[in-house]
Design a protein around this ligand. Structure first.
Ligand code: UDP
Ligand code: MG
Length: 200
């Protein structure tokens, strides 16, 4: 059976990790894949590390990396990609804002439809403040203009990739990594799936 590595950056996620695993296990039973979890504790100041240690001691397919301090989500994702060994790799947030049910459609895109990548695109920002909303939107508009790359608003890091694409990203020797830029930079054909925002 093929393996899917699930990379989950975690910063102060003591309340969400176990719930996340439970929801993912439901999806796993409906997919022809072996799941491998790689959680990254990004220097959390709460009990995230303890929760992760406990989860890893209960299930052999649960692994974690723990950073000495908070390095940010970009660094966490990169460390996860490096450790991943799956035929396919998906990056997900711990707070279930990236709906696990989408994995089935993503897998179909990368395993049957000839895509190297299938990414989620959030179509609204319900539940987020007006100012943050405006700033995020403006940030992406400016980035898009400056970089001529596909990094539009709502396109997060929620994406499933082929091993080939992950290896291409890992070969880049960027020091300050902005993953959304790298995903786009390495080329490869991407399918976009829309989903609605949910509160964490
Ligand atoms: N995260 C992280 N390091 C950070 C900030 C966030 O690993 O410094 C993780 C966080 O635990 C979550 C994901 O990145 O799994 C997205 O973070 P959050 O839900 O706070 O962001 P948003 O929903 O606004 O994109
Ligand atoms: Mg979130």
């Amino acid at each position: 059976m093929k393996k899917l590595s699930i990379i989950v950056p975690c910063y102060n996620e003591q309340e969400t990790v176990e719930l996340f695993i439970r929801e993912m296990e439901k999806v796993e039973t409906e997919m022809p894949l072996k799941f491998e979890y790689i959680f990254i504790n990004d220097g959390s100041s709460d009990e995230t590390l303890r929760v992760l240690k406990n989860a890893a001691s209960l299930k052999e397919n649960i692994n974690f990396i723990s950073f000495s301090r908070n390095f940010g989500k970009e660094a966490a994702m990169f460390a996860g990609l490096k450790k991943s060994s799956g035929d396919y790799v998906v990056i997900m947030d711990a707070d279930l804002q990236h709906p696990p049910v989408l994995l089935k459609e993503m897998y179909k895109a990368v395993s049957e439809e000839g895509y190297d990548c299938c990414a989620g695109k959030r179509v609204d920002r319900t539940g987020e403040g007006k100012i943050r909303n405006f700033l995020s939107h403006t940030f992406y508009k400016v980035m898009q203009k400056m970089c001529k790359m596909d990094m539009s608003d709502g396109c997060g890091d929620f994406r499933m990739m082929s091993r080939q694409m992950v290896d291409a990203i890992l070969e880049l020797k960027e020091y300050n990594r902005y993953m959304k830029g790298l995903f786009s930079f390495v080329g490869f054909n991407t399918k976009w799936l829309e989903f609605h925002n949910v509160e964490r």
